[in-house]
Write a protein that binds this ligand. Structure first.
Ligand code: AMP
Ligand code: MG
Length: 418
């Protein structure tokens, strides 16, 4: 049996970043960029107005005020998207809208609020220094600038920047295809007839959902009976995937055949069993270099093994730099006891109380009890050597809920969530 940290290190050492594929920029959201993005031109491309107003020469309106306005002749109307046809000389103005190019001769823009229009004439009530209300060419991005670096995670702002620099398609790291095989004579699929001695293979679905949540592509290999031939036949169909996951049959029972079957198809085992709870009977290795996880069958063991080991692996394959969920410190609201020697991941709910996080467990922690996983937004990380933690102690909690809101985070409006 190895420690959780050693297991993580040994797994990540076997995980390689996938190659690149070209995707449209909307589909690049949440992906990791595989190239540097360089601006082919300035943004904005030319000086333009930051205000609705009049483009003028600042010398012409020096000292203007309500009491002694300066009168200028309006020679052109310039909406955004139009090019100036005239240049400005002494005593002239161009009516200009936000985003329209600054005409030659003008060196500043006076806001419309500080003017009054009468036919071809405009009265200006306010002096404006040169350069006011002008957005300079290249003030956002200069031609040749690297605007997004290879390895960046793409958020909506990056998508907008890609569009701004004229990129409709970009190279990103591929998403791993993850084969999922569930094993067990007791399993039926969700749409099959159920009997009291059978259970629905919920792991087929939680694992697919977990794969999808971190951006991978699940490949369902179905359910195999506890029969070596059937397990092998189905696993072979998964060999075209980037990662292979099997669920159950990896413990020490008489029908725990997965490790043997894997060995028969070239599985190089790195380790089996991790000092954790739930999730101890995890097997990890490679088949032809492909990472292969023999996950435990109990629904919560399967989920937590995925959470702790498979998720970081998939993120690494997709080129992510940050592989791990956030961990917060929270005040424990109840006493917990455990055996020493293993790290416990306990289903828990974190919330904000005043300025601090507090946390309670979500009930029974048996590895088959999915309902306490449903209630959880975090996992208490209880260190190996600890046997009890008292109420009021601070404890680390891994947040497993993507929408942090349910941790009771405040929103910027001070409004209660519904
Ligand atoms: P095993 O590791 O094969 O002994 O499985 C442990 C327990 O996990 C079994 O008794 C089942 O109750 C449960 N189990 C195994 N596979 C699944 C699955 N695909 N979905 C839900 N529960 C499962
Ligand atoms: Mg079984």
């Amino acid at each position: 049996m190895i420690s959780v940290d050693e297991a993580m290190n040994r797994i990540l050492a076997r995980i390689h970043v996938l190659g690149l594929e070209k995707v449209d920029i909307i589909s690049s959201l949440g992906r990791v960029l595989g190239e540097d993005i360089v601006a082919p031109r300035d943004i904005p491309p030319i000086d333009n107005s930051a205000m609705d107003g009049y483009a003028i020469r600042s010398v012409d309106i020096k000292g203007a005020s309500r009491e002694s306005p300066v009168f200028l002749k309006v020679i052109e109307e310039l909406p955004a998207g139009a090019l100036p046809q005239r240049s400005i000389t002494k005593g002239e103005a161009v009516r200009i809208m936000t985003g329209a190019p600054i005409p030659t001769g003008a060196d500043t823009v006076v806001m419309v609020e500080d003017t009054e229009r009468a036919g071809e004439r405009v009265s200006v009530f306010q002096g404006v220094p040169p350069g006011e209300n002008i957005r300079r060419a290249g003030e956002d991005v200069k031609k040749g600038d690297r605007v997004i670096s290879k390895g960046s995670l793409i958020h909506p702002a990056e998508v907008g920047m890609l569009a701004s620099v004229g990129r409709a398609f970009v190279y990103v790291h591929q998403r791993p295809v993850v084969a999922i095989l569930c094993t067990g004579d007791e399993l039926v699929d969700v749409d099959e007839e159920i009997a009291d001695h059978k259970i629905v293979s919920s792991n087929s679905y939680t694992l697919s959902a977990q794969v999808m949540e971190c951006g991978g592509l699940p490949l369902q290999l179905g359910i195999a009976k506890d029969d070596p031939h059937e397990i092998e036949q189905r696993l072979r169909q998964g060999l075209r995937a980037d990662v292979i996951l099997s669920s159950a049959g990896v413990s020490v029972g008489d029908y725990d055949l997965v490790k043997d079957v894997l060995a028969g198809i070239g599985f190089q085992m790195e380790f089996w069993r991790v000092a954790m709870r739930p999730g101890q009977p995890l097997a990890f290795g490679t088949i032809g270099g492909k990472p292969t996880f023999g996950l435990p069958g109990n629904p919560v063991s399967s989920m937590i093994s995925f959470e702790e080991f498979v998720r970081p692996s998939l993120l690494k394959m997709m080129g992510y730099k940050n592989l791990f969920r956030p961990v917060v410190e929270a005040v424990l609201k109840e006493e917990i006891r455990k055996k020493s020697g293993r790290r416990y991941f306990m289903r828990a709910r974190v919330s904000l109380e005043g300025d601090r996080y507090v946390v309670t467990t979500t009930g029974p922690q048996g590895s088959g009890i999915l309902s306490s996983m449903v209630e959880a937004n975090g996992l208490l990380i209880v260190p190996e050597e600890r046997t009890e933690i008292k109420a009021g102690e601070r404890i680390r909690v891994q947040i497993v809920d993507r929408s942090f809101e349910s941790a009771g985070m405040r929103n910027p409006f001070g409004v209660e969530n519904p």
